[in-house]
Write a protein that binds this ligand. Sequence first.
Ligand SMILES: Nc1ncnc2c1ncn2[C@@H]1O[C@H](COP(=O)(O)OP(=O)(O)OP(=O)(O)O)[C@@H](O)[C@H]1O
Ligand SMILES: [Mg+2]
Length: 501
Amino acid sequence: MTSLGVDFGTTRTLVAAVDRGNYPVVAFLDAAGEAHEHFPSVVAELGGKLFFGLAALEAADRGGVLLRSFKRLLAAPECSGSQRVCVGAVDVSLFELLVGFLGALRVALVERSNLVRKKGDDAFDAVIAVPAHAHGAQRFLTLEAFRAAGFAVKAMINEPSAAGFEYSHRQPRTVSKQRTRVLVYDLGGGTFDASLVKVDGLSHDVTGTAGLNRVGGDDFDAVLLRTAVKAAGVDESELEARERAALLQQCRDAKERLTPQSKRVVLDVKGREVSIAVDDYFAAVTPLVESTVAAMRPLLGQLDAPAEALADIAGLYLVGGGSGLPLVPRLLKERFGRRVHRSPHPAASTAIGLAIAADDDAGFALRDRLSRGFGVFRDRNAGRGVAFDPIFLPEVSLAAEGVVISRRYRAAHNLGCFRFVECSGVDEVGEPRGDLLPFAQVLFPFDPALRKGVKLDKVAVERRGAGPRIEERYTVDAHGLVEVQIIDVDTGYQQTHRIGR
Ligand SMILES: Nc1ncnc2c1ncn2[C@@H]1O[C@H](COP(=O)(O)OP(=O)(O)OP(=O)(O)O)[C@@H](O)[C@H]1O
Ligand SMILES: [Mg+2]
């Protein structure tokens, strides 16, 4: 068995291996035999067939239709594994797409990478990650797709927590008795995540998370494209899809080549050369960086005095490929001072941290937290009102053996109506706030006469005298996935609900 950390990113998937206390980043070979320290998170259709990763880029060069950033589909509140995705002429479910991609990644690890394995050993165990703000369906689909693609998943943790491992592995000395917290700033291709990680020896406890599900390096590319198109005096709508994709790729490459010394970016728009001042480009993307600073606000109490806000923090650690843009460390250092550190491998930090977590000999322990709350709306007064019961608050600590919460009562109605939801927060009076995501809508027959062959949605809810004794059991597992059981304690009749099943 080979142990890996796999960071399935929006634009790039990075893999780091566990190799006797080292965590080398795996390089993948393209058709020309050139090595790339990432596997592109893309799919292409050519001749009715799907290609993934480097093979997808090659298929696109031969005229295939390329789809990027499909990980973003998982972040949508209404996402489900069965939702259809069109890749050129091929129509697949989102789940099939994920399994196809991760399966191709596994094959590439075996056949076209520099990963050192024991001869004949094609089995991988992996620690994987999801954005800190991932909702239940997103966590569930990610986990199931990795398993279906043939990875033995040891653990699934939040992306910034993994970067926290990499930080304390690399910079253990910055952590002191007074400064035990690391603020991980992860600007990826599609998402921004920030996490406060409390470091105590080898144990890392995520004490807070914040983030933006839809801000990342892709948006910085789009701004450069708009700036270039404007400078060329072209209307964006004049670009054909293929032209736009090629220009976007040009913008991404140019952006990634920027150094703190760069003065101008030169691009080719419809055969016209345009030269853009880097300062103008940075001014245009400053609001994007500002939005990440604003998103961190809940983690930093007194942001009015930003330098002091970091006083008891060992470091603000910049990771994610997007942090490679010189503007990002510059702006953050202006704001927060010397305690801003950039990872030497911003794009690989999460994968390396995951490999550290996958290494039994490293002895790192991680206690993660649920980053969303979970609760239920129950009908009250024979369906004339609802009341919200927050079951798990967003910051509940996740334990390996799961956390269980029960509610026991005597049913007062013939039929129970439960609307289970995930929410991004719960306010002081216990009402859900922020995004609300439906988890399941459940009708539970308290009246035994309703338990066989009755269409429950046609039944009127009535108040009855004392009904059966009911227990609701809520379990949240180490991956943050919730299971709900409703049990008639007297007869043992029960229903179980899990997300995505
Ligand atoms: N040197 C660089 N300068 C600026 N941006 C860079 C650099 N290198 C990579 N990027 C950008 O980083 C982004 C990819 O970052 P990363 O690999 O961390 O994201 P991801 O993990 O794929 O996405 P996410 O974490 O959002 O799911 C891309 O937008 C890419 O253009
Ligand atoms: Mg990432």
